[in-house]
Ligand binder design. Structure first.
Ligand code: BTN
Length: 253
């Protein structure tokens, strides 16, 4: 594993660029264990053991952005559930900045934090946390399809080059690091309400039929917005259920 050239990164943050790594999330946790300061970005050209949500593999050949931001105690535990939505907003901001204005209308967030372009997944986010003797360490992993995308059975995927806006991973990282610094600062100094509103205005499928796959069941209903903590509100069988984790599919099967 070699450490590559410097990356553009805002004040208060540092970044390390690696060639091949197992997972940038795992590497960020390892560096936290070794004492790295909060605000460390780990970026890799390629991952050999990229991790997706729910134990899935994240295919990680060169050409896309593989990045993880390590934060120490970013927020009181009671508000940590807001973080996936704040991160989704930051990634949406960053991708929007890489697109011409007319194309931005095709960009949307799928609850809680996938980024879609014309309904196909452009970016995946995996947030992991660990308690350490020095406090809680949170790692925000972001995989953004710049040059290619895998064929995934579960959902449609795409990449920036395929939709006509080829972007180098390093250029995308500069936009992402800046957007993340802005949204995290907004979150840490204020309350969640304006961020929640901003998330809702970019969300895909509000008021529409969706199916949510939970660990032990699948439930169909109408996507009725978010509660004040960022949980998905699903209207079904005459009730409004707040869901904190699950895979969303648009439509009813
Ligand atoms: C998902 O399943 O949608 C989440 C995918 C997250 C992938 C990124 S790539 C950078 C970081 N390192 C990993 O091992 N996973 C995340």
């Amino acid at each position: 594993m070699s450490e590559g050239p410097g990356l553009v990164c805002p004040a208060g943050y540092t970044a390390v660029h690696l060639d091949d790594v197992g997972s940038t999330n795992a590497e960020a946790f390892e560096r936290a264990r070794q004492g790295a300061a909060s605000g460390l970005w780990v970026v890799a050209r390629r991952q050999t053991a990229g991790r997706g949500r729910r134990g899935r593999v994240w295919t990680s050949e060169p050409g896309n952005l593989y990045s993880s931001l390590m934060l120490r105690d970013p927020m009181a535990e009671a508000r940590l559930g807001e973080l996936p939505l704040v991160v989704a907003l930051a990634v949406h901001d960053a991708v929007a900045a890489a697109l011409p204005p007319l194309a931005r209308a095709d960009l949307a967030i799928k609850w809680p934090n996938d980024i879609l372009y014309a309904g196909a997944k452009l970016c995946g986010i995996l947030i992991e946390a660990a308690s350490t003797p020095e406090g809680r360490v949170v790692v925000i992993g972001i995989g953004l399809n710049c040059g290619h995308h895998p064929d995934v059975a579960l959902y449609r995927a795409t990449d920036l080059a395929e939709v006509g806006y080829p972007t180098e991973p390093a250029a995308m990282f500069a936009l992402l690091a800046a957007a993340m610094a802005r949204r995290l600062a907004e979150w840490q100094v204020g309350d969640f309400a304006p961020l929640r509103e901003a998330w809702l205005s970019r969300a895909q499928g509000i008021g529409e039929a969706i199916t949510v796959r939970l660990p032990t069941r699948e439930v169909a209903g109408v996507f009725s917005g978010l509660d004040m903590e960022g949980r998905l509100l699903l209207r079904h069988d005459g009730e409004l259920e707040a869901i904190s984790a699950g895979d969303v599919f648009f439509g009813h099967s």
